[in-house]
Design a binder for this molecule. Structure first.
Ligand code: M6R
Length: 612
C-alpha cells in the first residue's frame, strides 16, 4: 500500500507533489509527508491525511524543484508522526519514501544497531535508508552503487524514491513487487505509484520492471539499470487516461460518481467486443489462449474481496453457458495451501488494481505449477497484467473510491462475454439462444441507467435503517454473489456489520438472528428460484424481520409481503447481477453518508492491498 510521488525539473515541486498525494490518497491515509531539497532537505510529515500535511506546512518556504512525498497505509509501526515518511539517513543527507514491505528488516536493523545506528521510527523503510548510507560510507561507493548493494540484501517488496542533498540534480527510484511509473516531460521527470499524478503533465510514461533502478538526472535522458547492474532500454508507453476521469465532476464523492458511471463503464467494457447484430463476441487480449480455454478441463478463478465476488458470478456463467467446471478461490488461501493444478487447467486472475499482493502471489504459485494464467484487470500496465500470459482489460476507467463499484460490474461484464464466447465455440449454447442473449446484453447499460433512478426510494430506506447494528443480505443462484457484494459494501463504508448468505442457507443458522430489529435485504428477481426465495422471505417475515427486497418491475407477490421494495428492470437471470448490484451500492453509499462516514476513504482500508 502507500502512495509515493517525486518530481525533478524546472517547475516548483511542492504543488505537483501535493496534488499527486491527493490523487494517491486512495492507497492509504494514515500519515503524509514531503521532502523538498533546498540547501538542505526540508522535511515535513504528520499523522493523518494529506490535508493535515497541507495545514502543517502553511506559511513555510517550500520552494525548490526537486522533491518527494508519501501517503501511508501503516504496516510496520502505528500511524504517527515518527513513522510517517520520508525517512532520513543518519546524516540527514538522504530522504527515502517507500511502498512495500522489507521482510528481513529486523535482521538488517539488528546489524545496524550493533554499528551504532539510532532509529527514530518503527518502520522497515527507515532501516533501508540507514543501510544505504552505511554502505556508501563504509564501502566508499556512490549512491547508485550503495543502492544496488543494499537492494541486494533486501527481501520483500519495494517501490522507493531517494532524494540526496549531495546530488541536487538527481532522483533515484527502484521497484520490486510494488508499482512505479515514470512520466517523461521536457527536461523534467515525474514519478509515482500510478499514473494519476502524472497524467496532466505528460502522456509519455515508463513502467519500471522488477529490480530496475531509474536514474532521473536533470537535463539528461532517463537511465535504467538493474540491481545486478545491467543497463536497460526504457520502453516509453502512451497514457490513455484523461484528467476528467480523475475529478469528481460535481459529485460529492468519487464512489457516487463511479456508481453513476456504470452505464458508460459497462458499455466501454463491451465496446469492440460485442456485436449482437453480427452475433460476434471477441476478446482480443486472450485470443492466443482461446484454445486453452475452450479445451480447459477446469477453470480456476482467483481474486480477493469484490473481485472474488465477480469471480463467483463468473463461475455461474461459465458453468451455465460453457459447461466447464469452475472453482473460485480466495487468492490469500490459494497461495498458502498446496492446490492441485492439472494439465489443462486455466487460471483467471481478477483484480481491479492489478496490484493485490495475494492475487500476485497466487498467480506465481499457479505459474510455477505450469498453469496458463489469464488476467482481468482494470489498471493498465499494473503488475498483474505483466505477469499473466495474456489478459483482458475491463475499461472501467480509474476507480478512486476505495469501495469497488464500477470495477465489479465491468469484471462481471467481461466474464459474461467470456462465458458467451466459450459457450458458443463449444456448442453448449444453441445459436438462437446465443443471439437472444447477445441482444439482451446490449440493453444492460440502458437498464443500469434506469436502475439509478431508484436512488430517491433508496434514500428513504437509508434514513429508516441508518442506525441498524446488523444487516443480512440474501440471494440465490446468480443473486448469491450479489448478496455477498451488497454486504461487503455496507460493511466497508458504513461500518455496519452485514452478512451475505444464500437465501436457503438462512434456515441452517442465521435465522436465529432474525427479530424486529434485523433488516434483511433480499434479491428476489423474477427468474430461477423466485418462488423459493418468496418462501425464504416469508420465513423472515414470520420472525418479524424487516424485508427490503430488490424485485423485478411489475412484481406482485414479493410486494405483498416485503416492507420495502426497489424495482429494477427485467432481464435474463444471468445478467441480473449487473443490475441488482446497483441499488445495493446506492444503499450502502447513502447509509454511510447519513452516518457521516468518509465514503471514499473508509477507515483501515486502502484501494490497492499490496501487502499480505
Ligand atoms: O484490486 P483488487 O480487485 O485486486 O482488490 C481486491 C480487494 O482488495 C477489493 O475488491 C476490496 O475488497 C474492495 N475494497 C472492495 O470494495
Amino acid at each position: 500500500m502507500c502512495g509515493i510521488v517525486g518530481y525533478i525539473g524546472h517547475r516548483q515541486a511542492f504543488p505537483i507533489l501535493i496534488k499527486g498525494l491527493h490523487r494517491l490518497e486512495y492507497r492509504g491515509y494514515d500519515s503524509a509527508g514531503i521532502a523538498i531539497l533546498q540547501d538542505k532537505i526540508k522535511l515535513y510529515k504528520t499523522k493523518g491525511k494529506v490535508s493535515d500535511l497541507e495545514e502543517l506546512v502553511k506559511g513555510e518556504n517550500l520552494s525548490g524543484n526537486i522533491g518527494i512525498a508519501h501517503t501511508r497505509w501503516a504496516t510496520h509501526g502505528e500511524p504517527n508522526n515518527e513513522n510517517a515518511h520520508p525517512h532520513l539517513s543518519p546524516s540527514g543527507d538522504l530522504a527515502l519514501i517507500h511502498n512495500g514491505i522489507i521482510e528481513n528488516y529486523a535482521i538488517l536493523k539488528k546489524e545496524l544497531l550493533k554499528r551504532g545506528h539510532v532509529f527514530l521510527s518503527d518502520t522497515d523503510s527507515e532501516v533501508l535508508v540507514h543501510l544505504i548510507e552505511d554502505i556508501m560510507i563504509n564501502d566508499k561507493v556512490t549512491l547508485v552503487e550503495a543502492l544496488q548493494i543494499a537492494l541486494g540484501y533486501v527481501i520483500g517488496a519495494y517501490a522507493i524514491i531517494i532524494l540526496s542533498r549531495n546530488n541536487p540534480d538527481l532522483l533515484l527510484a527502484a521497484k520490486k513487487g510494488s508499482p512505479l511509473v515514470i512520466g517523461i516531460g521536457k527536461d523534467e521527470f515525474f514519478i509515482a505509484s500510478d499514473a494519476t499524478p502524472i497524467v496532466e503533465y505528460t502522456k509519455d510514461v515508463v513502467y519500471l520492471k522488477e529490480e530496475e533502478i531509474a536514474i532521473l538526472e536533470r537535463n539528461k535522458d532517463l537511465k535504467l539499470i538493474t540491481v545486478s547492474n545491467q543497463e536497460k532500454r526504457p520502453y516509453i508507453e502512451q497514457l490513455e487516461m484523461s484528467l476528467s476521469e480523475l475529478e469528481k465532476e460535481g459529485f460529492p464523492y468519487f464512489m457516487l460518481k463511479e456508481i453513476y458511471e456504470q452505464p458508460r463503464s459497462i458499455r466501454d467494457s463491451m465496446r469492440g467486443r460485442l456485436n449482437a447484430e453480427k452475433g460476434i463476441v471477441s476478446l482480443g487480449g486472450i485470443i492466443d489462449y482461446e484454445k486453452n480455454l475452450v479445451n480447459a478441463k477446469r477453470i480456476l478463478i482467483i481474486g480477493c474481496g469484490t473481485s472474488w465476488h465477480a469471480g463467483l458470478v463468473g463461475k455461474y456463467l461459465l458453468e451455465d453457458l460453457a459447461r466447464i467446471p469452475v472453482e473460485v478461490e480466495y487468492a490469500s488461501e490459494f497461495r498458502y495451501r498446496n492446490p492441485v493444478i492439472c494439465e489443462g487447467d486455466v487460471v483467471i486472475a481478477v483484480s481491479q488494481s492489478g496490484e493485490t499482493a495475494d492475487t500476485s502471489a497466487a498467480i506465481e504459485l499457479a505459474k510455477s505449477k505450469g498453469a496458463i494464467i489469464l488476467g482481468i484487470c482494470n489498471v493498465v500496465g499494473s503488475s498483474i497484467t505483466r505477469v499473466t500470459h495474456a489478459g483482458t482489460y475491463t475499461h472501467a476507467g480509474p476507480e478512486i473510491g476505495v469501495a469497488s463499484t464500477k470495477a465489479f460490474t465491468a469484471q462481471v461484464t467481461i466474464l459474461t462475454l467470456l462465458a458467451l464466447r466459450l459457450g458458443y465455440i463449444r456448442g453448449t449454447i444453441q445459436e438462437s439462444r446465443y443471439r437472444q442473449l447477445l441482444f439482451e446484453l446490449e440493453t444492460i447499460p440502458e437498464k443500469v441507467e434506469q436502475t439509478l433512478k431508484t436512488f430517491d426510494i433508496i434514500k428513504n430506506i437509508s434514513n429508516i435503517f441508518k442506525d441498524s447494528k446488523n444487516f443480512i443480505y440474501l440471494g440465490r443462484g446468480y443473486n448469491f454473489p450479489v448478496a455477498l457484494e451488497g454486504a461487503l459494501k455496507l460493511k466497508e463504508i458504513s461500518y455496519i456489520h452485514a452478512e451475505g448468505y444464500p437465501a436457503a442457507e438462512m434456515k441452517h443458522g442465521p435465522i436465529a438472528l432474525i427479530d424486529e430489529e434485523m433488516p434483511v435485504v433480499v434479491i428476489a428477481t423474477n427468474k430461477g428460484t423466485y418462488q423459493k426465495v418468496l418462501s425464504n422471505i416469508a420465513e423472515v417475515k414470520s420472525r418479524k424481520g424487516k424485508i427490503i427486497a430488490i424485485v423485478t418491475e411489475g412484481d406482485v407477490a414479493v410486494k405483498k409481503i416485503a416492507d420495502f421494495v426497489i424495482e429494477i428492470p427485467e432481464t435474463e437471470e444471468m445478467f441480473v447481477p449487473l443490475i441488482a448490484t446497483i441499488p445495493l451500492q446506492l444503499l450502502s453509499y447513502q447509509i454511510a453518508v447519513i452516518r457521516g462516514c468518509n465514503v471514499d476513504q473508509p477507515r483501515n482500508l486502502a484501494k490497492s492491498v499490496t501487502v499480505e
